[in-house]
Design a binder for this molecule. Sequence first.
Ligand code: 2RA
Length: 351
Amino acid sequence: SPPTLAVVGATGSVGTVMRELLSSRRNVWGEIRLVASGRSAGKRLPCRGEQLPVHELTPEVFDGVDIAMFDVPDGVSLAWAPVAVSRGVTVVDNSSAFRMDPDVPLVVPEVNREDLQHRPRGIVSNANCTTMAMIMAIAPLHREYGLRELVLASYQAVSGAGQIGVDTLHDQLSKVAGDRALGSRPGNVRQAVGDDLGPFPAPLALNVVPWSGDLAPDGWSSEELKLRNESRKILGLPDLKVSATCVRVPVVTGHSIAVHAVFGSELDAEGARQVLRNAPAVILVDDPEAGEFPMPIDAVGTDPSWVGRIRRAIDDPRALDLFITGDNMRKGAALNTVQIAELLAEEFARG
Ligand code: 2RA
């Protein structure tokens, strides 16, 4: 019989996209069990054409479950993924708790599907949303040209910080709407927005904020280190040079990354475009004359990474500059987790 799936964190914003995907993709599941904190237990939520009850996260909730997708804070994953594993579950985890554990594969099916086979802890990790959008375009270029170095700047949407991030941006936009003096004098946007910064360290309306994640050593942010460490692990390039600056922008959904990528061999822009045309889950949108660029307002709600602005670096024939946008809630979070779970379901079906 088909495997039983648990969705842990089913009420959150990524959990909601997971339920939508389970309702629209090929149905490979037997029972689907929705799990959340005690606060949501007893609610009913739509999934696969039914209203399913939400169960409280307890050890017993995993009895009879084969595969679980987790989208919960790091600490909750750290505590509960091993509990699920001890009850015979294989866990696909979207937190950063296990991503760098050498015994936990960090899998993007189009890039390193084979890594799924080595999972001695019974846990598979899903990459950070910014890494994910970028790696979809960089991995095929790496295979062709041999990647040496990445210099990155991200333009991250507020939904990466959860529903509270989206609500905060909309509240701030309504406070600044209509006042044409705002943004032309120091401090007046801060004044208009007031103290309600939500999960961000500064106002996002009419602004960009060069910060995402927590403080890491030497002035880096945790998000910048995730981009570096996860790219190295997914591509199997432990010495890859990566420098990133992560920036939050007033966009609801769709993380973008400006990339300067240095390769081992010389290349040209048209060759790189051809590689990307043939790459899985990538859409090439590269016609500046026609005003066609990858942008969040177009990429939102879609599955692939959108790639464009492809140029060979003027000063280095081995380097490319390009711009990438992807839906941080879908491939960046829920979709890749569901894809990994589906690979595990195939394995389950083979016995
Ligand atoms: C963000 N990458 O965009 C984070 C979410 N995982 O805030």
